[in-house]
Ligand binder design. Structure first.
Ligand code: FAD
Ligand code: NAD
Length: 472
């Protein structure tokens, strides 16, 4: 039996980053990973690299270029003739990006001396991990001083809409369509519904999204949510709130969806239906309960603030534990647990994790919403700067949206930043740094921002907290 200081189970952004950090810190590390891609090849990188963040962003970028050429290039005086999209080429490009990046993790493992063990990891008593082959037969047994569980999550299912990956697909199926569905239904107006809905709408689908909740983007600041709903609807997403899908029937030609909205029944017909109703923690076949790991009511592995599970020596990070299901959150937890095992005292501020929705305009935020602060009776001040008043946004032709900075009414500490607009995913980094360093809105207002940039909007919104915007 091979022995290690650390065995990591799962090589998504939580597990592979944890494994690399452990090895950097001089710990003898193995990482067990079972993933096989559509071709049956073993691959590292987990959901994020194989069927999540990276392929979805590749398709978002391709479809953004397509829409820009069709609808906006002429504003710049560019004439293109007829613009066409070759879905096979677009998908090949996406697959190549995924292949390059997942191969890259293998190279990083080699460089850092992490041992990749291909197979399904199963926890065994006494800090051991049995590695099972595709037939379920034990192919290796690893003994560890510490185990990090980073087994991630899988798409959640709902009884009325069983996924067959033909007509009714989850996010993985929706990333692999080989043709543009003329009529696309989506259940769930969350992050995946809006991102993949945007991809296929840009490419020509008529997209209808059914959301169970009565409100749109309930977790976001409601100013941003309202603006997003308005803009995405104008782009052509048909978003139906308060929708209860009662039955989904797929046949050879399409899929029929029965839905109740406001007490009235409706029936809709689609070519494809995406089920995007959240993700569930993945502990399938891990032997978690038998190994003594406590799970919460929703199946997440219970951990303390340092990623320690109920079993001494076993840690867990990423989507399989509480908190937002985001790649960067998983990776930071992986690093923190590796450093803890190595005897350091790491810390993550879970209140300061940025969120991004890669629609266009993009939506991004960090910290508290105005509604949450009001509910907590926390007096605050707000500055809001629209991109319409930004010289750079005008030059780009991307003037939708705004930046909203919320600070404490007494101390002026920045409590939340909410952005809808071009490159919001990049702009939010300044907000995260400001809050990580305990900055006030006055600190941002007194920081020189380059001209002309979108980041000047942060500067103006910070000035706006004190009612002294220059350009509005
Ligand atoms: P995962 O990435 O799920 O990795 C877990 C790994 O563990 C998998 O490789 C799995 O094969 C392996 N595994 C599981 N059980 C075992 C076992 N018993 N033995 C061996 N291996 C095992 N997040 C963002 O931050 N930004 C985005 O833009 C973004 N876009 C997304 C788009 C889509 C379509 C989806 C589905 C998700 C997206 N996410 C995004 C979420 C992000 O992918 C996850 O939060 C992230 O991958 C979680 O990382 P993880 O390491 O915890 O788990
Ligand atoms: P989500 O939680 O963002 O959205 C799911 C939506 O489905 C919610 O609005 C929910 O109210 C709705 N819903 C649930 N049950 C329903 C039902 N029966 N009928 C109609 N609507 C229903 O989840 P998701 O969009 O599936 O994404 C899963 C996870 O992946 C998210 O937690 C997210 O963190 C992560 N992700 C992140 C990114 C990103 O960071 N840009 C992109 C994609 C996915």
């Amino acid at each position: 039996m091979d022995t290690y200081d650390v065995v990591v189970v799962g090589a998504g952004p939580g597990g592979y980053v944890a494994a690399i950090r452990c090895a950097q810190l001089g710990l003898k590390t193995a990482c067990v990973e079972s993933w096989r891609n559509a071709k049956g090849d073993a691959a590292l990188g987990g959901t994020c690299l194989n069927v999540g963040c990276i392929p979805s962003k590749a398709l978002l970028d391709s479809s953004h270029h397509y829409e820009h050429l069709r609808k906006h290039a002429k504003d710049h005086g560019i004439s293109t003739g007829e613009v066409a999209i070759d879905i096979a080429v677009m998908q090949k490009r996406k697959d190549k990006i995924v292949h390059t990046l997942t191969q890259g993790i293998g190279a990083l493992f080699k460089k850092n001396g992490v041992q990749w063990v291909q197979g399904h990891g199963q926890l065994q008593p006494g800090l051991e991990v049995a590695v099972l082959d595709q037939a379920g037969k034990e192919s290796a047994r690893l003994k560890a001083s510490h185990i990090i569980v980073a087994t991630g999550s899988v798409p959640a299912q709902i009884p009325p809409a069983p996924v067959d990956q033909q007509r009714v697909v989850d996010s993985t199926g929706a990333l692999a369509f080989d043709a543009v569905p003329a009529r696309l239904g989506i259940i769930g107006a969350g992050v995946i519904g809006l991102e993949l809905g945007s991809v296929w709408r840009r490419l020509g689908s008529a997209v209808t999204i059914f959301e169970a909740l009565p409100g749109f983007l309930a977790g976001a600041d409601q100013d941003v949510a309202k603006e997003a709903q308005k803009l995405l609807t104008k782009q052509g997403l048909d978003i139906r709130l308060g929708a209860k899908v009662t039955q989904v029937l797929a046949d050879a030609d399409g899929v029929t969806v029965d839905v109740e909205i406001g007490g009235a029944s409706q029936q809709e017909r689609f070519d494809k239906l995406i089920v995007a109703v959240g993700r569930s923690p993945n502990t399938a076949g891990l032997n978690a309960a038998a190994a003594g790991l406590a799970l919460d009511a929703r199946g997440f592995i219970e951990v303390d603030a340092h990623g320690r599970t109920s079993v001494p020596g076993i840690f867990a990070v990423g989507d399989v534990v509480k908190g937002p299901m985001l790649a960067h959150k998983a990776s930071e937890e992986g690093i923190a647990v590796a450093e803890l095992i190595a005897g350091q005292q790491p810390h993550i501020d879970h209140t300061n994790i940025p969120w991004v929705i890669y629609t266009w305009p993009e939506i991004a935020w960090a910290g508290a919403t105005e509604q949450a602060l009001k509910a907590a009776n926390r007096p605050c001040k707000v500055g809001r700067f629209p991109f319409l008043a930004s010289g750079r946004a005008r030059a780009m032709g991307d003037t939708d949206g705004f930046i909203k900075i919320i600070s404490d009414a007494v101390t002026d500490a920045v409590l939340g930043v909410h952005i809808i607009g071009p490159a919001a995913s990049e702009l939010v980094a300044e907000a995260v740094i400001a809050m990580e360093f305990g900055a006030s809105s006055e600190d941002i207002a007194r920081t020189v921002h380059a001209h002309p940039t979108l980041s000047e909007g942060m500067h103006e919104a910070a000035l706006g907290v004190d009612g002294r915007m220059i350009h509005l």
